[in-house]
Write a protein that binds this ligand. Structure first.
Ligand code: KIV
Length: 272
């Protein structure tokens, strides 16, 4: 039984769209492994994103660029095995869709076929239109991603708020309308002004899902490890932390070490 809704109802693109239409906010979180995905799914999260942030969070890279398609598929397979209710969306990693639409389609097909996920996400607007159209024509749902797009970090040079200037804001709005018309089922807006998120959300039919994009998005996403305080030093203004697991896990580990050293663990009842 899902704790959020009281019933097991699989989340599909239609459910997500209906949520926007009735004003119910969509809750999305990242997941990269079976155990965490199981907890998040049972808690009732609507969408699990197998984000390429796995490159940072799981592998310790500085950017999302190094993670490969094979590695994304491995993470996605683990998440899909855990899920009963949530929709599973998988990031197309850097290099798996930018060269041309044929490569984009074959990468998306590999993700869907080999992991059993329900949709893919890719970064960009008009530059990737042809690839999005081709993936959609194969029957694969696509989530867009505009604003701060971490795969282009070396073009931006910083992780600061995007689209503060009018020209960039207008380009983002035009791209959002394009992704809507093209047939994407939802759109991530990362680190843009709240006012722009409001304008985009009111002017496209598909749900927007914000991260650092303010309260007007139709849904919210956070990186789970940030939300749970596992990544200790990452504290941007937009992040609300719901636990301090870095400290909690550290404390538990220190107690375990102390018990082993003092010969308290295992005791007579904890052996055969
Ligand atoms: O990879 C990721 O975690 C993401 C979210 C930040 C939206 O793309």
């Amino acid at each position: 039984m899902s704790k959020a809704t009281g019933e097991i109802k699989k989340i599909t693109t239609h459910v997500i769209q209906a949520m926007k239409e009735r004003g119910e906010k969509i809750a999305m979180l990242t997941a990269y492994d079976y155990s965490m995905a199981r907890i998040l799914d049972e808690a009732g999260v609507d969408i699990l994103l197998v984000g390429d942030s796995a490159s940072n969070v799981m592998a310790g890279h500085e950017t999302t660029l190094p993670i490969t398609l094979d590695q994304m598929i491995y993470h996605a397979q683990s998440v899909v095995r855990a899920v009963n209710r949530a929709m599973v969306v998988v990031d197309l990693p850097f290099g798996s869709y930018q060269s041309n639409s044929e490569i984009a389609l074959s990468s998306a097909i590999r993700i869907m076929k080999e992991s059993g996920a329900h949709a893919v996400k890719l970064e960009g607007g008009s530059e990737v239109e042809e690839s999005i159209r081709r993936i959609l024509m194969a029957g694969i749902p696509v989530m867009g991603h505009l604003g701060l797009t971490p795969q282009s970090i070396y073009k931006f040079g910083t992780y600061t708020v995007r689209a503060k200037e009018e020209q960039e804001a207008q380009k983002l709005l035009a791209d959002a309308k394009l992704l809507d018309e093209t047939g994407c089922f939802s759109l991530v807006l990362e680190k843009i002004p709240a006012k722009l998120t409001k304008e985009v959300s009111e002017n496209i039919s598909i749900p927007t899902i914000g991260i650092g994009a303010g309260k007007h998005a139709d849904g919210q996403v956070l990186v789970t490890h940030d939300m749970l305080g596992i990544t200790k030093d990452f504290k941007p203004r937009f992040l609300r932390r719901y636990a301090e697991l870095f400290d909690a896990i550290g404390d538990a580990t220190q107690r375990y070490i102390a018990d082993v050293k003092s010969k308290d663990f295992p005791n007579d009842k904890e052996q055969y």
